[in-house]
Design a protein around this ligand. Structure first.
Ligand code: FAD
Ligand code: DLZ
Ligand code: SF4
Length: 511
């Protein structure tokens, strides 16, 4: 008998470990374990989502006549670890081989490599073929290139999958329509609500379990409305394609007070746990373009996120691990301020994004990048602490996608392996792309002094602090020239404001 272990982010009917499984003779194991639920203290909603989706997937496999052994978190015999649960089945059954699809995180890949010796059994690890570019293909593409840039990788992927192509060239004559995207928000936008699934008995049982076992984890458990089956996830995708895709491009970078979902798709949760596959998302968006229900700038922009960015960051992860995890090019070491947990800050943009993260286990890309991430970068926060935060607060977070976005994209801690320059910005950017500043105690147009937006002086302080490491970056030349032109008085004001601000954070005072 073969034992097939299916992990919580492997909820795909086409999973490689399921392909040649014999429903009569083989056994499937799925288990809710302490080690996976607490290796970081995941948001309560994320745990409820993963457990409920796992239970629904197990029920669907049973309906297809597979033998499924499902271990609930509160089963008194639950050993609390994946290996412990596999060993328990092996001790009770005539298991000849353990089969598992390769895990998404490096730490588990290393752990699994030791299982054969631990169990004295063959452990077969099958490739995860749910991505559009394998780690080997990415490594081949990367080999010999001086710089790895998403845009060139994305073009190859467009060609490979023949997406938005007109013979050999891109439809519309351009690969990228970002110049038409990224409009500031305008008032009176009627943003459609996100998908809201009804909780069934399974979800309600899981919610009670999460409340009882993870009371000290970050985040609000209620209300819970994520899709937890493939059918529901497909409905959520359809809702995006019909209601929000057409304005996805225009308002991709826009932020509006109390509008956490904007025109984004909210499908990352489902893609990353396997309920949706990336090609079907790309194809549905492409079909909307051909049907004339969404414009090219929106469809291309959305497809680039999935066919481009998602595959690119995964490629970087497997190419650069394990060193990538300890990268700290800028030698940043300030502890994560407490307001990342409490949202108790006078900076309205941070308060909004953290509050929404706490409520929804979700924030859209520009909130993660240009508010929460931008602050972490210019305040010089410790990459380990920032990575830990991002990995636990978002329901779509797994290390393969979280780490390159944090270490590479926001913190520039990899020294530019992923992004060509740090995404640092002053309050002017946030003021342009959101209406947050209107409800803030600070003023985005004031550069120094107690009422000044902290992003304004921290931005220049960041450039000054990292002069030795960033001045040589050709894309930073203009900013350093501006810094060089500042007189001594201005420089002193920046330093005084930054010192005062850091002193207050370090003393846990409200900033
Ligand atoms: P949309 O904006 O609708 O985009 C569609 C899809 O494109 C997403 O669902 C996602 O699968 C993909 N995508 C878009 N941008 C990226 C990107 N930069 N990297 C990888 N995939 C992308 N994404 C995660 O899936 N998990 C994470 O843990 C995660 N952490 C992030 C941390 C930081 C600091 C930043 C800046 C970005 C992070 N992202 C992460 C990328 C992106 O912010 C989320 O994928 C997106 O916000 C999810 O919401 P959505 O489904 O509405 O995405
Ligand atoms: C995220 C998660 C959580 C919270 N719990 C479990 C679990 O109890 N059992 C399980 O098999 N998987 C879980 N997961 C998903 C895993 O953490 C994920 O498979 C690995 O991080 C590899 O990507
Ligand atoms: Fe954020 Fe500054 Fe605007 Fe306040 S003024 S919301 S701190 S950007």
């Amino acid at each position: 008998m073969r034992l097939c272990l299916i992990l919580g982010d492997q909820l795909s009917p086409t999973l490689s470990s399921l392909v040649d499984l014999d429903p009569q003779n083989d056994l499937i194991l799925m288990c809710e374990v302490r080690s996976e639920a607490t290796y970081v203290k995941h948001h309560k909603k994320k745990i409820a989502f993963v457990f409920s989706a796992m239970r629904h997937f197990a029920a669907e496999l049973s309906d297809k006549e597979f033998n499924v052994h499902y271990v609930k978190y509160d089963d008194p015999n639950n050993t609390g670890s994946l290996l412990g649960e596999v060993a328990r089945i092996v001790a009770q059954n005539a298991v000849t081989e353990v089969v598992v699809t390769a895990p998404g995180e490096y730490r588990l890949q290393i752990e699994l490599a030791g299982w054969s010796a631990e169990l004295n059994l063959t452990v077969t690890i099958k490739d995860d073929d749910r991505f559009l570019c394998t780690a080997d293909e990415f490594a081949k593409w990367a080999k010999g290139r001086k710089q790895l840039r998403m845009e060139y990788f994305y073009r190859e992927m467009r060609r490979k999958y023949s997406v938005l192509m007109d013979h050999d060239g891109p439809i519309g004559g351009q690969w990228n329509f970002d110049a038409e995207n990224r409009k500031p928000p305008k008032s009176g936008l009627d943003v459609p609500d996100t998908y809201r699934a009804q909780s069934d008995d399974i979800t309600q049982e899981v919610m009670a379990l999460v409340e009882a076992h993870f009371p000290d984890h970050f985040g609000d458990l209620f209300p819970f409305h994520f899709a937890v089956t493939r059918e529901q996830a497909l409905d959520a995708l359809d809702q995006f394609i019909t209601k929000r895709l057409k304005l996805f491009g225009d308002y991709q970078d826009a932020m509006i007070q109390d509008e956490p979902w904007m025109y984004h798709s909210h499908i990352g949760f489902y893609l990353n746990c396997g309920l949706l596959n990336p090609l079907e998302c790309v194809e549905r968006a492409q079909a909307a373009y051909h049907k004339g229900t969404a414009p090219l700038n929106a469809v291309e922009g959305f497809i680039r996120q999935i066919l481009g960015w998602r595959e690119f960051v995964r490629g970087i992860y497997w190419l650069k691990m394990p060193d990538y995890k300890s990268a700290n090019f800028l030698e940043a070491k300030r502890p994560l301020p407490d307001f990342y947990w409490t949202a108790d800050t006078q900076m309205n943009c941070m308060r909004q994004c953290i509050t929404e993260t706490k409520q929804n286990a979700y924030a859209h890309h520009i909130q993660r990048l240009m508010v929460l991430g931008n602050f972490a970068l210019i305040a010089g926060l410790d990459p380990d602490e920032v990575n830990n935060w991002y990995l636990l607060v978002y329901a779509d977070a797994y290390e393969w996608v979280e780490l390159p976005n944090v270490t590479g994209m926001i913190l520039f801690a990899d020294g530019g392996q992923l992004a060509s320059k740090p995404y640092a910005a002053s309050g002017a950017y946030i003021n342009k792309m959101s209406n947050y500043c209107g409800s803030c105690n600070y003023k985005p147009t004031v550069k120094n002094g107690p009422t000044a937006c902290p992003f304004n002086y921290l931005y220049w302080d960041f450039l000054g602090r990292n002069d030795g490491k960033l001045r040589g970056n050709p894309r930073m030349g203009f900013m350093y020239k501006t810094l060089d032109r500042m007189d001594d008085e201005k420089r002193q004001a920046i330093q005084d404001d930054s010192n005062r601000f850091f002193k207050a954070i370090d003393a846990d005072e409200k900033v």
